[in-house]
Structures are given as structure tokens and as C-alpha cells.
Design a protein around this ligand. Structure first.
Ligand SMILES: Cc1cc2nc3c(=O)[nH]c(=O)nc-3n(C[C@H](O)[C@H](O)[C@H](O)COP(=O)(O)OP(=O)(O)OC[C@H]3O[C@@H](n4cnc5c(N)ncnc54)[C@H](O)[C@@H]3O)c2cc1C
Ligand code: FES
Length: 283
């Protein structure tokens, strides 16, 4: 019988990381690196899109990082996309194959994938927000027959900050998927749309009663994307996002991630707009 990482963690302590091994490390964008991580034999991550893991390096620290690979493509490993932001993430950027790190999780409740079945899906990732959404996008594409239309609107600050472009091109080449890209600032090579992600919304036709909108990106983006989605007629319960808060324990004990009565690490980080719109500090 396979033990899930969560079961392995439950005994003896939720704070005990499982030792995992990097099997691949590839640079991406100006400040990001994608790590492929392998858990010990017989332990599976068993995650849902939208969940995160706590990644640690001995003597350096621990940080929450979204799981970027899709459960439908797990193959005994999983991927994270790490932006160099400070102490731990800088060390992760220096690490490569065969080196070990600690993993706790998966944590958070993720996106309610089953509720999305049968719907049209409008994805609107911004910048590094594609890393967590990629997990859900690839799962939806791997089970394409269970969904209606799939539309992806992806924006970044400039062309060099568009992530996972090899996969984005594959999505663009599919006849069953509509993909639009935009950058805030173009360069000589860029022939596509220039403008913030909201400038892509007028390009797509949406049937609001059967559409789920999902956005992940920098907090400043959310208000504007929300206005577009609500303006297109999507219901508040059908608009989903991921809230990033300072997290420490990841398991509802320390209170670092609290918004009003909610612990983001447990109740989220994926929330529908209907769930958080009354919470003053949420957006
Ligand atoms: C649920 C969740 C999912 C995340 N997923 C990813 C991911 O997929 N890829 C990724 O690169 N990063 C992700 N992050 C952000 C990542 O956790 C932080 O960048 C990380 O904690 C930085 O650790 P550090 O030790 O390198 O930086 P530190 O040395 O601790 O800090 C560097 C700087 O970043 C600030 N900072 C620290 N934590 C956060 C935070 N949570 N939000 C905003 N600013 C912060 C600090 O104040 C400081 O200015 C996620 C965060 C959360 C809560
Ligand atoms: S991170 Fe500790 S309670 Fe959420």
C-alpha cells in the first residue's frame, strides 16, 4: 500500500519535514527556477491543484511554495517554480540534482476541481501566478472532455517574465483551447498585445452562466480582474483566486496567515470571491 506524504507526516509530527531529492533544476524567466522533486520511495504527494508545500533547507529556513505540476502528470515527482526573493529562495536557486531538501504538505484545500467539471473555464494568471495555475490548467487539459470551453488569458510585465512558454505554446496550438497573452511593456521581438491583463478581456466571448473564472497573480491585479469577471456577468461563487499571506506553520497553528476568522493556510489559499468579499483585509 502506498503511504501519502500527509499520512507519513501525521506520525509523529506535523512539523517534521520529509527528506526529498531534487532530480532536475531548470532556470526560467529572470528570477525563477523550476525544481523537480522526488519524495522517498513509496511516498506520494497526492496533491490537488492550488495546494502548496512547505519547502525547507537545513540551517536556512522554510517557506510555502505552490505545487506547479498537475496531479495528472505526477510520475512520482512534483514541480515547484521558485522566485528568488530572499534567504531560502536564493539557496534553492543554487541547488541542483541529487541535493536534498525538506518537504511538508501538501497543505491548503486547493481548488474545488470536481465543482468545475462541465463548466467553461476562464483562467487569468498574472506573472508568477501561472506557477500554481499551471497545475490546474494541465489537469483540465488532461481531462479535456469533462469541460466546456477553456480560455487562458496570461499577462506578465514584459516578454522575459512570461513563464513556461514551451507549455503555453503547446496550449496555443490546441484547437480546443483559446490562449491570449499580454505584456505591460513590449520589446522589439514582441508582436502580441501590450497592456495589463484586463486589456485581454474584451477579446473573448464568455457565456457567464456556465463559466468559472480563476485568477492567480500579484494582489494588486485582483481588484481589476475581479471587476472584469463581474462585468462579464460571472457569479461571485464562480470566481476563484488564491490569496498569498505570510505563512509559517502551514497547518493552522501559528496564526501568521490569519484574515479575520480565517486561516488562509487551511481555509485557502484558494477562495471564491463570494467567500471573501466581506473580509476587509482579504483583497
Ligand atoms: C501559499 C503560498 C504559495 C506561494 N507560492 C510560491 C511559489 O510558487 N513560488 C515562489 O517563488 N514563491 C511562492 N510564495 C512566496 C514565498 O513563500 C516567499 O517568497 C518566501 O517565503 C520567501 O522566502 P525567503 O526565505 O526566500 O525570503 P525572506 O528572506 O524570508 O524574505 C524576502 C522578502 O520577501 C518578503 N516575504 C516573505 N514571505 C512573503 C510572502 N509570503 N509574501 C510576500 N512577501 C514575503 C519578506 O518580507 C522579504 O522582504 C508563496 C507564498 C504562499 C503563502
Ligand atoms: S501559517 Fe500558521 S496558521 Fe496559517
Amino acid at each position: 500500500m502506498t503511504t501519502t506524504l500527509k499520512q507519513a507526516l501525521e506520525a509523529p509530527s506535523i512539523y517534521l519535514p520529509t527528506q526529498a531529492r531534487i532530480v532536475d533544476a531548470r532556470p526560467m524567466g529572470n528570477t525563477e527556477k523550476v525544481l523537480t522533486i522526488e519524495l522517498p520511495k513509496g511516498v506520494s504527494l497526492n496533491h490537488r491543484p492550488g495546494q502548496f508545500v512547505e519547502v525547507s533547507v537545513l540551517g536556512v529556513g522554510e517557506a510555502p511554495i505552490s505545487i506547479s505540476s498537475s496531479p495528472s502528470r505526477s510520475n512520482g515527482t512534483f514541480e515547484v517554480c521558485v522566485r528568488k526573493a530572499g534567504d531560502l529562495t536564493s539557496v534553492l536557486h543554487q541547488m541542483g540534482p541529487k541535493e536534498t531538501l525538506g518537504i511538508r504538505g501538501p497543505f491548503g484545500r486547493g481548488f474545488p476541481y470536481e465543482r468545475f467539471r462541465g463548466k467553461d473555464i476562464l483562467f487569468a494568471p498574472g506573472g508568477l501566478g501561472l506557477a500554481p495555475l499551471r497545475s490546474l490548467i494541465n489537469q483540465v487539459l488532461d481531462e479535456r472532455g469533462n469541460f466546456g470551453r477553456v480560455i487562458i488569458l496570461y499577462g506578465a510585465r514584459d516578454p522575459s517574465e512570461l513563464l513556461f512558454m514551451d507549455e503555453v505554446r503547446q496550449w496555443q496550438s490546441r484547437s480546443d483551447t483559446e490562449v491570449h497573452l499580454s505584456v505591460d511593456r513590449g520589446d522589439d521581438s514582441w508582436k502580441g498585445n501590450v497592456g495589463v491583463i484586463t486589456t485581454l478581456f474584451p477579446k473573448v466571448e464568455i457565456y457567464p452562466r456556465n463559466t468559472v473564472g480563476i485568477t492567480v497573480g500579484p494582489p494588486a491585479m485582483y481588484r481589476f480582474v475581479l471587476m472584469e469577471m463581474l462585468g462579464k456577468g460571472l457569479s461571485e461563487g464562480n470566481i476563484w483566486m488564491s490569496l498569498e499571506r505570510r505563512m509559517k506553520c502551514g497547518v493552522g497553528k501559528c496564526g501568521h496567515c490569519q484574515i479575520n476568522h480565517l486561516y488562509t493556510c487551511q481555509s485557502g489559499p484558494a477562495f471564491s470571491y463570494a467567500e471573501i468579499k466581506h473580509l476587509e483585509e482579504a483583497l
